[in-house]
Write a protein that binds this ligand. Sequence first.
Ligand code: ATP
Length: 297
Amino acid sequence: MIQLYIPLNFLGVIYREIKQSLTDLDKMFVLMEKEREVRDAPGAQPLAGVDATVRFEDVSFAYEPARPILKHVSFEIPAGKTVAVVGPSGSGKSTLARLLYRFYDVQQGRITIGGEDIREVTQSSVRKAIGIVPQDTVLFNDTVEYNIAYGRPGATREEVEAAARAARIHDFIVATPKGYETTVGERGLKLSGGEKQRVAIARTLLKNPPIVIFDEATSALDSANERAIQSELKNAAQGKTTLVIAHRLSTVVDAHEILVLESGVIVERGTHAQLLAKQGRYAQMWALQKSEAAPLM
Ligand code: ATP
């Protein structure tokens, strides 16, 4: 009996491994499907990368032709500055981030980095120049170390730890049973939304790209945690060209420019002080958020 049990048990392990690999493969194919939507132009060269200024010039975009999502959107993020986008759900905020990362190509207008149209340079060089801290970070079924080092393959343990310290996740990691060797993800230790965001911040710090996109979580973290994450985000954005999809006013007040997006159109823009003085949409959101401690949408 025992002889039969061991191989069966072993087969069970193999089965689970294969099943998990297939799930990972599924995810990979979904990602590759996305990748295939854009292709490098023949003879495309890498981004020169000297100037990290980002410009959206009269950008219009639709996922489906009948339903325009962004309409004539223009703005600039000067190198090292932060532009924040606020607006109702579905107004097209994340679409701006997807276009900058070149998941899709714009149908009208252009997006440039350092003056170069991102459609004319290699996709890999654009992605190398950009770090993303998404709302919901995908963790691989692998060690914490692997998940952080994914920001820069080949990073040493010291570098991974330094990034984890800066993202204030180091203490949490060393308190887990196997420290940096602890497996996380669906099959391992489950991390909270805030912890996952910290892993993403550590990845970005390690990657150290000139351009950073933050898609702030809408889900309510407790306020102490939220303030802490925001200070870590601020550190990670220091000196970088930053696009923030913001849901909290405290994140946007220092932005070089705030864009209020509604149905794919920029309906208001300016600094926090300018927008408050205007007493328009932004001022309304500010008043609402102050009174209700509600997210900025
Ligand atoms: P939220 O604040 O809820 O994240 P958002 O302002 O970031 O919203 P987007 O994610 O940019 O909004 O979506 C804008 C619109 O585009 C939405 O109506 C959405 O349904 C649509 N959309 C997003 N992704 C796709 C897609 N892959 N195919 C078709 N439509 C899409």
